[in-house]
Structures are given as C-alpha cells and as structure tokens.
Design a binder for this molecule. Structure first.
Ligand SMILES: Cc1cc2nc3c(=O)[nH]c(=O)nc-3n(C[C@H](O)[C@H](O)[C@H](O)COP(=O)(O)OP(=O)(O)OC[C@H]3O[C@@H](n4cnc5c(N)ncnc54)[C@H](O)[C@@H]3O)c2cc1C
Length: 235
C-alpha cells in the first residue's frame, strides 16, 4: 500500500504472467488477491471508497535486460525495448543515455541557452486564503473551479495548455493538473475541459480527443439539434 504524492492511497499491484499482448483488463481474481494481501497490512479497508482500478502490461525480455541502442539493421532507429520494472525509476537515466547516443550520432552541440528545468504549474491551493482571494481578484480564472472533485481551477488548466509542451487533449490536461482524477472520474468536468481546450486551441469541439489520434470524444450531431439529413455544423 502506497500513499501517493497527491494524498490518495494506492493498493497493489500484482504481477501475473499472461499470454495476451493486449490483456489490460482488471479481473475479480486479481482484485481479490490485492484485497487479501492489503488486509494483512490494514484491517477493515474501506474498499467502497475505491475510485478506480486499472491494469497495465509489463514489458518482458527473456534475459531481463533493457535493450537500448541503435538497431543494427535500421540505422538511426534507437531501440528502448524490454524496459521492465524498474523502468519508470530508470527512465531519466534512459533518456540521458538516448540523448547521448543521438548527440554522438548527429554530432550535436548543447545550446548555450538551454534551460534544464521547467517551472511547475502553479497550484493556488498552496496559498493562504487571503493570498488566494488576492489572486482571484487579479486573475478571475483561478476562482472558477472546473474539476470539483480535485478542486482544479480554470487558471491551472489554462497554464497547462499554454506552457511549453502544453496539453492538447483531455488526458493531457488530466496528467498535468489532475482534472478528472477524482471521485467522479471526469463525469462532470470533461465537457468543461473540452470547451476550454476548444476555445484556447481554436479547434472545434469535435476535434478534441481523449488522448490524441482517433480517441474522439464527440461522435456526431445529436438528433435533437438539427433536422433529419441536415447538419447545423456546430457539433
Ligand atoms: C502494474 C505495474 C507496476 C509497475 N511498477 C513500477 C514501479 O514501481 N517502479 C518502476 O520503476 N517501474 C514500474 N513498472 C514498470 C514501468 O511502468 C515500465 O518499466 C515502464 O513504463 C516502461 O516504459 P516504456 O516507455 O518502455 O513503455 P510504456 O510506459 O508501456 O510506454 C509505451 C507507450 O507506447 C504506447 N503505444 C503502444 N503501442 C503503440 C502504437 N502502436 N502506436 C503508438 N503508441 C503506442 C502505449 O500507449 C504507451 O503509452 C510497473 C509496471 C506495471 C504494469
């Protein structure tokens, strides 16, 4: 059981070998196993308060080695394969290693004005009540709560969209400021976040995706909003 930096509690995971390369379903048996093991640590876990459960696939390499480097028969293609646990903890070092491979290959020089750090997204909850009031008077977007479960304001979402490497999708916003991570799992704030993305990026609502690619959120025009056979073009 792990307390997260955001104050949630994480229970699990298990690690079970499966043959299905797409098998990311949570199963009753695995959840029961997690519950049994967790109850050895904490009695009477309030499992009715669980917000969500999910599963992922761990990469697997027969020799349990990370494979990092240029592929022999595909010059210029850098492999980062078989990144098993602890692949997440290793990722900063892997990134550095790949950058060095590319630097040596393309004879790149470091920019003199390269900034190695980025300013984090400002969280108004870190302010005292009085300071927050002051901020809201100056920038009213910090007074509009968009995600009620996680108390994420429009100001934070605008920051997430307009910073370097800004958010372009619903998940992009979620990963940066936690809008949609709470109890209702984005039931209330999804349309609001979509509207903000649409307005700020000048993309129609139909062009806003969950996580890029074809993960469309709007599939068509509601039958009530236009007469049969004709589109009102607003989606
Ligand atoms: C339950 C669980 C717990 C873990 N716990 C830890 C831990 O505590 N500490 C730790 O260090 N590591 C942990 N790991 C391992 C860690 O998550 C992995 O080692 C790491 O995520 C591997 O990184 P990766 O970039 O190689 O692959 P991934 O993180 O799997 O990224 C691959 C990406 O490619 C995308 N993708 C796949 N196919 C396509 C396609 N055809 N086109 C476009 N995109 C595609 C996927 O959507 C995904 O975003 C855990 C893994 C799991 C599953």
């Amino acid at each position: 059981m792990t307390p997260t930096v955001h104050g949630n509690t994480l229970i699990g995971p298990t690690a079970t070998d499966i043959d299905d390369p797409d098998g990311v379903n949570t199963t009753a048996a695995e959840l029961e196993d997690i519950q049994k093991k967790a109850s050895n640590i904490v009695k009477n876990l309030p499992l009715h308060s669980v917000i969500t459960s999910f599963a992922g696939l761990r990469a697997h390499e027969d020799g349990h080695e990370f494979i990092i480097g240029e592929v022999e028969d595909a010059p210029g293609f850098i492999d980062c394969a078989g990144i098993e646990s602890p692949g997440l903890s290793s990722s900063p070092a892997i990134g550095k290693m790949v950058a060095e491979i590319i630097r040596d290959k393309l004879l790149l020089a470091k920019k003199s004005h390269f900034k190695a750090t980025r300013k984090g997204i400002f969280n108004p909850n870190s302010l005292s009540f009085e300071k927050r009031q002051e901020l809201i008077r100056r920038e009213s977007a910090y007074g509009r709560v968009v995600c009620r479960c996680e108390t994420v304001t429009e100001g934070e979402i605008l920051d997430a969209i307009h910073r370097p490497l800004g958010a372009r999708s619903l998940d992009g916003v979620k990963r940066r400021v936690r809008a949609g991570m709470g109890r209702c799992q984005a039931g209330f704030c999804s349309p609001r976040v979509m509207e903000i993305l649409s307005r700020e990026l000048h993309v129609p609502m139909s062009g806003i995706t969950k996580s890029g690619g074809t993960s469309c959120l709007i599939m068509g025009v509601n039958k009530d909003s236009c007469k049969e056979g004709e589109s009102n073009g607003t989606l």
